[in-house]
Design a protein around this ligand. Structure first.
Ligand code: FPP
Length: 259
């Protein structure tokens, strides 16, 4: 098993959970069985990340573009999500995991929101780890929404256009409140970002694995973190000069200037 240095963990790990459909097909089962198995992988990986000491985990559970999938598949994913939120409640509370959703939540069915809202509320003060579920989420959409929010402030005379800088824009993006992404994992063999955390992944280390999401387990997460720890993160600077992300959202867990 990969050796992980727990003193140099990525602060924010994000995962594009791909390959549920192919996993199901390989088993001679229907696509939605792959999603059901994928929800068990979610449970395992959340537990493993928490145990490891990762501070923020963001999972791409349903993209804005996933609404275009067949109705039966969308309905199944929403039911699985509801089941997951109901089933994991005790575990999240016990392990100090704050759960929150990022994305256009108003598009989610009431059946999901009625379990999501209280779980977000009841875990809001927990600080063991922040688990963000990207639901009806798109990276471009998040940027558009934050630009709209700033434009409204400008229109109301509360913000000068010249005062808008990167931190101002990032402060409107819910995905950034846990800091930029350090490690972005994609399962399932494809090597693309697929409109996930576009802004926050600007300096993320990318890790692609052929493992299909339902088969992804704790050792795979450790392997990804170990690979991350082999990388030389320069943030556009020369090696001797690197001190970690210099912005206001600097995560702990990265070496800071002077260290
Ligand atoms: C991509 O696999 C996966 C998704 C679109 C949804 C991810 C959902 C889960 C892991 C389960 C439910 C989530 C939670 C939080 C309980 P794909 O269907 O595109 O796979 P394929 O590329 O093999 O077809």
């Amino acid at each position: 098993m990969a050796l992980v240095d727990v003193s140099r963990l990525p602060h924010h790990v994000a995962v594009i959970m791909d390959g549920n459909g192919r996993w199901a097909r390989a088993q001679g089962r229907i696509r939605t069985d792959g999603h059901a198995e994928g929800s068990h992988a979610v449970r395992r990986v959340v537990r493993a990340a928490r145990r490891l000491g990762v501070r923020a985990l963001t999972l791409y559970a349903f993209s804005e573009q996933n609404w275009n999938r067949p109705r039966v598949e969308v309905d199944t994913l929403m039911e699985l999500l509801r089941d997951y939120l109901l089933r994991e409640r005790a575990e999240l509370l016990e392990h100090g995991i704050r759960l929150r959703a990022i994305g256009r939540r108003d598009k989610l069915p009431a059946r999901v929101r009625e379990v999501l809202d209280p779980l977000e509320r009841d875990t809001a003060a927990l600080d063991g780890m922040v688990l963000s579920l990207a639901l009806s989420y798109g990276g471009r959409e998040e940027i558009v929404d934050s630009v709209r929010a700033l434009a409204a402030q400008v229109a109301a005379g509360r913000l000068a256009p010249d005062a808008i800088d990167e931190p101002t824009l990032a402060s409107e993006m819910p995905s950034l409140s846990v800091g930029p992404v350090d490690l972005l994992i994609r399962t399932g063999g494809e090597q693309r970002i697929s409109n996930f955390l576009l802004w926050g992944s600007a300096y993320a280390e990318l890790y692609f694995t052929d493992t299909l999401w339902p088969a992804f387990d704790a050792p795979d997460l450790y392997g990804a973190v170990a690979a991350f720890q082999q990388r030389d993160r320069r943030f556009g600077r020369v090696p001797s000069d690197v001190g970690g992300y210099a912005g206001p959202l600097a995560p702990h867990g990265l070496p800071q200037a002077g260290e």
